[in-house]
Each structure stands twice: as C-alpha cells, then as structure tokens.
Design a protein around this ligand. Sequence first.
Ligand code: GLY
Length: 294
Amino acid sequence: MKPKIIVHGGARRSGNNESERKTDVINACKTGYEALLEKDAVEAVEIAIRNLEASEYLNAGVGSYLQLDGRVRMDASIMKDDLSAGAVIGIEDVEHPISVARRVMETTQHVILSGPLATDFAHSEGFPRFDPRTKPKINLWMEIMDEFRQKTTYEQIFHVDKYLKEGSLNLGTVGCVAMDANGNIAAGTSTGGLKMNVPGRVGDSGIIGAGTYCSKFGGASCTGHGEKILILCLAKKVLNYLKHKRAGNAMDATKYGVEELNSLQAPGGIICIDQEGNIGYAHNTAMMTMHYIE
Ligand code: GLY
C-alpha cells in the first residue's frame, strides 16, 4: 500500500500570516511522509504534529494562545486503528503535548491525563520543562487584558467571550492522519485552545471521539469550535459515516461532518483518511491550512 498523510494547521476565519502557516504545514507534512516511508503511521503522526507544535504561527505547542490568566494550557490526543488511544488535557510547561499523549497511550493503563498531574506525568517521564509562550502571543494577551480590565468586574471575568468582538475567539489547532505501507492508520490532534480560554475549559482536541478518532474504518482529526465539536462527537461521527456506509469515502464523510457543524452554526473543519486510503477534508471557515501527500 502506498503511504498517505494529511495534515492541518487549523480552520480560521482570517488569513493573517497564512503564507508562514502554509510553509510550516507543508514542511510538517513532508517530514511526516518521510517518516512514513520507514516507520509506522503512529510514528508519522507524532513526528508531523511535533513539527506543527514547533511553529510559532500555529496554535499548538509553541505559539499557543495564552489563557485568561496568562498561562498556556494545551490539549492533545492520539489514536491508532487498533483503538488504542492517549490524551492530555490542560498540560503546561512542555514543548510537545502530542508526545506526552502518545506516552500515556503506550505506557499507562489510561486514556486521558489532565491538569497539573498530566504535567507532573510528563516531567516524571523525562519530557523537559518548556515555556511555550511567544512574545507576539504575550503582547496580544496584554492588549486584550488592558481593554478587558476597563470593561469587566471580577464576577464577570469568566465571561470573557462576551467582551471579545464577534468572531475574535480565534481558532486554530493542528492535526494529522496517516496510513502506512501496511495499511495501519493513526490520527492525532493538538491545540492551545481558544484565545483567552477560561482556565479549566476543556475543548475537543484532547477528547477521543470529539477531536480525534481512529478505527479500522479510518482516522479523523477536527479543528474549530471545540464546544460544538464535543457535543457532536464529531471525529467519531465522521468514522461512523464510513463504518455504516452512509459515506462512500473520506471526502464524503468529512463533508457530512461539516454539515453537522453547519447545523450548529459552528466554524470548523475535518481531515480524514479512510480504510481504502482515500483522503478527505472539508471546512466551513474562510480557510483551513492543510496539505497532503499520497
Ligand atoms: N478546537 C480546539 C478547541 O476548541 O479547543
């Protein structure tokens, strides 16, 4: 079987820094594909997502949005077609949440570790301490906080979304689905969450079945409005379209997935590879930075 890989750098409403994002997404895809020529699908997914997490232009790992309290907390998940899965939610002080998610999958009895104990797990496993905040993201946080302080009371602080202009809860997440030469499939997703995320908020990217899913029918990774993707169990739903033959291929399955997002007026997108190795992608936002090699 010819290896295939598809990578996304997030669904977005606007195109600032799009060329830098595109370059980083293409490079991550190529690096993942090179890995696929010698290694298995899960290795390629981890390698591609590590590249995406290293990009300051993408909202995952380095360059993640700061949360309301000025800290970065990240979510990531990874899954293989044998239904093994691992995820971290609200992890801090690491460069590559996707690698910690893989470590959860491969070395623990669990699927998800969350919060400070996920961070402790990462450090105890030897992942180095790393502050993923970048200067542009810190400056952006300070600008918003300046305006925010003038408009809010302490009691209102958890309703930050009401004080941000419509559409400015910027999205952006990264993800990858790969099929190796033996036909094994893996999928993964990583994010810094929403801009000015309320601490404690959980989005879709660290939840198996919502942001990421993989089975013998294919693999999928989602991007967009996490709350709505969670409610839809969107990645699993896309795979169900394939399993129950409601969709003939990955492209149709992602289109049906976007129809589900549309039904909730939710911005977002999906990438997918089905068991025949067909590539699929769809989004309802102005753009979704993505690249694939087949
Ligand atoms: N889709 C990423 C998030 O909502 O956290």
